[in-house]
Design a protein around this ligand. Structure first.
Ligand code: HEM
Length: 461
């Protein structure tokens, strides 16, 4: 597309028109002006497997099931009241992050695998919100993951890798079952691993809340304790359980994979860029020292005042998205967009790199410069970008339902890491390589860095 100097193209794969878009104007035409037309999702082998046969929100094509599940998420799972209700749980995981990095910084190597720390933090937060626990079985004294949590997070990242990957049988259906690219096998394995961890917990909870109904007895008088309790107890207009066990299981998995990748990837990249450009790290530390001080740890209520930290995260989303494309949107009828005929059934792919690194929009787009997100006149920096100059939470009917939770998690992750530690490249490394993985757009090699505690000792849990 760069070579032929176009911002929109059409590639025919089998019978499907796949339409990549690389500029914000056309992206906005799709997701604002023609939002209603393109608010479905394509079906695929992987999407079907991960959504339990389209029972969820993100992966489910437009229709009543998508509407029902999106409504449950918006009103029951990520509403402001629910967000507030779970603040202490998120803070526990932010404390555990500090504890884990502190313990690693005192190990003989004094280095921290930042990818492990960030991915486990996001996994821990969502396990804590969903299941009320960080560990599936035995706990580790240093706050780090056991084999079980590592396997769980890895399987969730495998789901993310394959969910909208190019799988040949999605475009040439007569190839289904031959598994020519091996995707079916990886998808099945990942689903099995995740279900092995989730199913016993979910089945037990359904038993706790629902067997009383079957026995014509009163349900337990407890209040819901976590998001899983909420999903199990939410009722329809007749007072019956709204969600089936299959819907709950599929939706739990989807919430897990919606939560883990963007915050962890953005913060790993932000810390990498900060190590290579110590001035940026210093500015971020100064902001934390000014806003929070050194006598307490940063809390969620500080987020509105941490504009430089948020600008660093916006810059990481812009320059270093984890995936090359926004999840695909599918056209439900013919349309004319930006003067082009878009046939019904087309898959519209907004290029995250095309938008975020677009030289017509961004000055020196390949440089990490958080300052570019301070616009004259605006007082508070937000992570949302409804104008689609890069993709953070996207916009429109299919836009992310959870900017509040996503912002809280990402800002707390970066803010705690920068407030708690001075970060440097390991000895004998001049600067960290910014090479991207050939498989996705994460750092080619997990960031391993030297962390030096910078707060009074009593603040490290
Ligand atoms: C920093 C964190 C996050 C980022 C950057 C992010 C970003 C996105 C993006 C780009 C989309 C696709 C929008 C589109 O198709 O145009 C999306 C959809 C979605 N996200 Fe998030 N997300 C984050 C966290 C979360 C969390 C924590 C949840 C948990 C509930 C969540 C739930 C969803 C759902 C349900 C959708 C699909 C909506 C639909 O298809 O109707 N996200 N998100």
């Amino acid at each position: 597309m760069k070579e032929i100097d176009t911002d929109i193209a059409c590639v025919q794969l089998g019978n499907v028109h796949v339409i990549p878009v690389t500029c914000p104007e056309i992206a906005r035409e799709f997701l604002k002006k023609h939002d209603a037309t393109v608010s479905s999702r394509p079906t695929s082998m992987a999407a079907r497997a991960f959504s339990g046969g389209y029972l969820t929100t993100i992966l489910t094509p437009y229709g009543n099931q998508w509407k029902k599940m999106r409504r449950v998420l918006v009103s029951e799972i990520i509403s402001p009241a629910r967000h507030h209700w779970l603040t202490d749980r998120r803070t526990e995981e932010a404390d555990n992050l500090i504890k884990y990095i502190y313990n690693r910084s005192k190990s003989s190597s004094k280095t921290v695998n930042v990818r492990t720390a960030t991915r486990q933090y996001t996994g821990n937060v969502i396990r804590k919100l969903m299941f009320s626990k960080r560990y599936f079985q035995e706990e580790r004294a240093d706050g780090g993951p056991t084999v079980a949590e590592e396997e769980h997070v890895e399987a969730i990242f495998t789901i993310l890798k394959y969910v909208y990957a190019f799988c040949i049988s999605d475009y040439f259906p007569w190839l289904v079952g031959l598994d020519l690219d091996g995707h079916e096998m990886f998808v099945k394995e990942a689903v099995k691993t995740v279900n092995n961890y989730h199913d016993p917990i979910i089945d037990a909870r359904i038993g706790k809340w629902r067997r009383f109904g079957n026995l014509n007895m009163e349900p337990p008088s407890d209040e819901p304790h976590d998001l899983l309790d909420v999903l199990v107890t939410v009722k329809d207009s007749e007072g019956k359980p709204l969600l089936t066990p299959e819907e709950i299981k599929a939706q739990v998995t989807e919430i897990m994979f919606a939560t883990v990748d963007n915050p962890s990837n953005a913060v790993e990249w932000a810390i990498t860029e900060m190590i290579n450009q110590p001035k940026i790290l210093k500015t971020a530390m100064d902001e934390l020292d000014r806003v929070v001080g050194k006598e307490r740890l940063v809390q969620e209520y500080d987020i509105p005042h941490l504009n430089y930290i948020k600008a660093c995260i916006r810059e990481a989303f812009r320059l270093h998205p984890i995936a090359p494309f926004n999840p695909p949107h599918m056209a439900m009828s013919d349309a004319i967009v930006a003067g082009y005929f878009i046939p019904k059934g087309s898959h519209v792919l907004l290029s995250r790199l095309g938008l975020g690194r677009n030289p017509k929009v961004w000055n020196k787009p390949l440089e990490f410069r958080p300052e570019r997100h301070f616009t004259s006149g605006s007082t508070e920096v937000h992570l949302t970008e409804p104008d689609l100059r890069f993709i953070s939470f996207s916009t429109g009917r299919r836009g992310c339902v959870a900017p509040m939770l996503g912002t809280a998690m990402t800002v707390m992750l970066l803010a705690r890491m920068v407030q708690g530690f001075n970060w440097k490249a390991p000895p004998n490394v001049m600067s960290i390589s910014l090479d991207e993985s050939p498989e996705d757009l994460s750092l080619a090699h997990p960031l391993v860095a030297h962390a030096e505690p910078r707060l009074p000792l009593y603040l490290y849990p």
